[in-house]
Design a protein. Structure first.
Length: 215
């Protein structure tokens, strides 16, 4: 039987989210045994302290939400987050570089952050923002993320023009290597949608509606 809670990254990334909301998020995650809490970098130390001794990982975002910061900045963000207690890093790929045909630069950006994560015992999920990509660009990103050695490919930030779709999740699952998992994120607000994403091949669900989904 599927343990749906263990697939959920319990998320709050709104710019106006408060420390008090993060406290509630962490308590809910511990109660329901979610995979992680996914929070803004500002709150990583707080969440790590609250979740110490639980089975819930602390996840944060890097290069968020545009992916347009330079690689050295993403590395600095990553190292700081890990030092503060993050064990999972959701980095945004450089969409602008991809759209400019700078495929080697996109690969190097992801590979560099991935290496830093792995050197520190953290996992990395690469957000490709599927809603902004053509079919060919999605194919290209699947190849790049695989080559970079990342742990996950992730559909969306939830801050662009669209979120996860079943069709995109299925496509990503088909195109990335078996060593790369798929995280569906953006617009997943009920149990039916979450289960559809898992059926399509996702093993992680990013959502701010985790409690509603498992209830």
């Amino acid at each position: 039987m599927l343990d749906l809670a263990s697939t959920i990254d319990h998320t709050i990334l709104k710019p106006d989210s408060t420390a008090q909301q993060v406290d509630v998020l962490c308590a809910e995650a511990a109660q329901h045994h979610f995979a992680s809490v996914c929070i803004l970098p500002w709150h990583v130390s707080r969440a790590a302290a609250l979740l110490e001794g639980t089975d819930v990982a602390v996840c944060t975002v890097v290069g968020f939400p545009l992916g347009a910061t330079v690689t050295s900045a993403k590395v600095a963000e990553t190292v700081t987050a890990i030092n503060n207690g993050a064990r999972e890093i959701d980095m945004v790929a450089s969409i602008t570089a991809l759209k400019s045909g700078m495929h080697d630069a996109v690969l190097e950006d992801i590979r560099t952050v991935t290496q830093v994560c792995h050197d520190h015992g953290a996992i990395v999920k690469v957000i490709i923002e599927t809603c902004l990509l053509t079919h060919e660009e999605k194919r290209r990103m699947c190849s790049i993320v695989t080559q970079a050695g990342a742990d996950f490919i992730k559909t969306s930030t939830g801050f662009s023009t669209g979120g996860a779709t079943v069709e995109d999740v299925r496509l990503l699952r088909e195109l990335v290597a078996p060593s790369v998992s798929v995280k569906a994120s953006g617009g997943i607000r009920d149990r039916e949608t979450a289960l559809a994403m898992i059926e399509a091949g996702a093993t992680r669900i990013g959502t701010s509606s985790g409690v509603l989904i498992v209830s």
